[in-house]
Each structure stands twice: as structure tokens, then as C-alpha cells.
Design a protein around this ligand. Structure first.
Ligand SMILES: C[S@@+](CC[C@H](N)C(=O)[O-])C[C@H]1O[C@@H](n2cnc3c(N)ncnc32)[C@H](O)[C@@H]1O
Length: 319
């Protein structure tokens, strides 16, 4: 369904080899390794096989990232700790470790580049863990992505689903951000600050009508949210009708901009709950069905996330 090839200035990227319908599971990949914190990265890396280490080292490096002096010092510290605590001469009670093959990477000097690659390529897989994947790590970011990645705990794999139809030869994109209503500046700051790259996606290109319209819609929405929050602060009781209107406008803004996926699904469920509170059962039904469809497209019907969303809708008792 996909191939990995050059994506101009972004390095490599993942492209559709055929037209991919909305909701399709494009891939379900097992992590190369999973860690709970950066200090475990070198250890995890050392226990990869030689081939896997080679593949890991071919993932993209971030020259502008946190490879500064402090970064190198932190890296060296983790590496030294990992080598000193190494199980070669380490804890004799760790029987699992004794049965493992010897680690391949032994040099502290290797660690800064390992950490840089990890930082540039890890994905959250829930329970405060991060993982690195062979193919998924080649998927570039877009602020209005056409696919979404989620960790499916029952499969033990990270899945990527098409959020809309993806045309043949179109680049498959994910969003590295958790929320998408923010202005271009704040998205750019977050992506440069956290991931070290200036985003060049279509939504960030304000030289085009598409980019400008999306930006204007976000700014209007933020002004609306701000005004609503100020009014709400002055009220004694919450005004659920006004709140529902704001949420519906926000949902509409996301949809008009081409955003879909779990964030929008969650907004639909929250708005449906408000609609139940104000007695608009039809609105609640429409919003909750939309939310379930968005979730199913983003995670697939074997995902525990969808099971949870279905229970959330069931608890609204609207059908
Ligand atoms: C997880 S990797 C994605 C795959 C990478 N392009 C490669 O060659 O392996 C993340 C890196 O890709 C590049 N990248 C991803 N999305 C981008 C975007 N929207 N604009 C510019 N660069 C991007 C950045 O260099 C970023 O640090």
C-alpha cells in the first residue's frame, strides 16, 4: 500500500502506492524498542541485533535538534550509566539478562547520535512510554494530516489509519502534535522547539489561499473561545446551551479545515454529552455517531480505544 522514498526537503517520507480509502489500516507495526525514559535508550539500543542497530542508525538525525553541548553531556552520562550498570558484569540475580546475547554497541561515543535519532523518531505509545519503529518513523508531519497513528494495546502494535481517502502517490502524513486548533505560529514554535524542524506543510503555507483561510478560521475560533471564557467567568451557573454552541462551531472549524481523527471524535463526544444535558437528543445522537465514525476510522474496530468510546456513548443513553 505504501513505499518509502524521498520527500524533497523533508528527507524520506511514506507515499501511497495505490488509492487508499478512508478508515483503511495502512500498517500495524511492532516497535523496534520501547522505553520509559531517555535514560533507558542506550540500554535498549545495545540489546538490538547488529542488523537492527544498523537500521536504527539509518533513521533521520536532527542536525538542529538538541545535539548541543548539554545534549552531549546528558547523552554521555546516560551511556556511562548504562555501561556501568551493564549486565555483562552486573547484577547476577538478573537471570533474564544473563541469557541475553552480548550487547553490540559498547562505545559511549555512540550514544549522542543514538539519543539524537531517538529524539527525532520516537512516538508515544501510552503509559508514558515511547517507542521507535522502522517504517512508521519515516512518516512526516502535517498540521492537517491524512492519517493517524495510535497504539493498539490488544495487538501490541502501532497502527496507522487513513483519515480520508489518500490518492495514489500522495504523501501519507501524521500529526506529531496533540491538538490542532492552535495558530500557525504556536504550531511552528512547538515543532521547532520540541522536534527541531520548521514545518513546511500545506496548512502552514500562508502564501496560499488554503493556508490563509485555515489560519483565519483558527484565529476567529480563538477569539470566540476567549470571549466565551470571559463571559463564563462572570456567570454563577454554567450556560450549557452557549457552551454547546461554541463546541459545535469548533467542530465545524476542524471539519472545514479537513481535520479528523481522535481529537475531533473526543470533541464530538463532549458536545454530545452537553446536548444530552440541555435535552437535545437528536443533536446528541448525531454528534455521538459522528464521533464513533471518526474514532473507527482512526483506530479500527479491533482497538480498545473504540470499545471505550462505545461505552462512553452508551452511557449517554440516547438510543
Ligand atoms: C520522524 S522523522 C520523519 C521521516 C524523515 N523525513 C526521514 O527522512 O526519515 C522526523 C523528521 O522529518 C522531517 N520532517 C517531518 N515532517 C516535516 C515537515 N512537516 N516539515 C519539514 N520537515 C519535516 C524533520 O526533519 C523531522 O525532524
Amino acid at each position: 500500500m505504501y513505499e518509502i522514498k524521498h520527500a524533497v526537503a523533508k528527507g524520506l517520507g511514506m507515499f501511497a502506492k495505490t488509492s487508499i480509502p478512508r478508515g483503511t489500516r495502512i500498517l500495524a507495526e511492532k516497535p523496534v524498542f520501547t522505553v520509559k525514559s531517555e535514560s533507558d535508550v542506550f540500554k535498549a539500543f545495545r540489546y538490538l541485533g547488529e542488523g537492527e542497530q544498523r537500521e536504527f542508525k539509518q533513521l533521520s538525525v536532527n542536525p538542529a535538534g538538541r545535539s548541543n553541548v548539554l545534549g552531549w553531556a546528558t547523552a554521555a552520562w546516560h551511556a556511562a550509566r548504562s555501561l556501568l550498570a551493564g549486565t555483562e558484569n552486573g547484577d547476577p540475580s538478573d537471570t533474564k539478562a544473563r541469557n541475553r546475547p552480548p550487547p553490540y554497541a559498547k562505545s559511549i561515543m555512540e550514544f549522542p547520535s543514538v539519543l539524537n535519532i531517538f529524539r527525532n523518531n520516537n512516538f508515544d505509545v501510552g503509559k508514558d512510554k515511547q517507542a521507535v519503529f522502522r517504517d512508521i518513523c519515516r512518516i512526516n508531519h502535517a498540521c492537517v494530516p491524512n492519517a493517524q497513528g495510535n497504539f493498539n494495546t490488544s495487538l501490541g502494535r502501532f497502527t496507522v489509519h487513513a483519515l480520508r481517502r489518500i490518492d495514489q502517490d500522495e504523501e501519507i502524513t501524521l500529526s506529531y502534535l496533540a491538538e490542532h486548533g492552535a495558530s500557525r505560529d504556536s504550531r511552528q514554535n512547538r515543532l521547532s522547539g520540541h522536534y527541531g524542524f520548521p514545518c513546511d506543510c500545506a496548512a502552514c503555507d500562508i502564501t496560499t489561499d488554503r493556508g490563509r483561510m485555515g489560519e483565519k478560521a483558527r484565529q476567529n475560533m480563538q477569539a470566540r473561545l476567549h470571549a466565551y471564557a470571559e463571559q463564563a467567568g462572570e456567570r454563577e451557573e454554567p450556560d450549557h446551551v452557549a457552551e454547546l454552541e461554541v463546541m459545535q462551531d469548533m467542530i465545524q472549524m476542524y471539519e472545514t479545515d479537513g481535520l479528523a481523527g481522535r481529537e475531533l471524535a473526543t470533541m464530538c463526544f463532549a458536545a454530545a454529552e452537553l446536548a444530552v444535558k440541555v435535552g437535545s437528543r437528536d443533536v446528541a445522537l448525531r454528534l455521538s455517531q459522528k464521533g464513533l465514525q471518526l474514532d473507527e476510522d482512526a483506530v479500527g474496530d479491533d482497538s480498545p480505544i473504540l470499545v471505550e468510546s462505545r461505552s462512553r456513548v452508551k452511557a449517554m443513553a440516547i438510543v
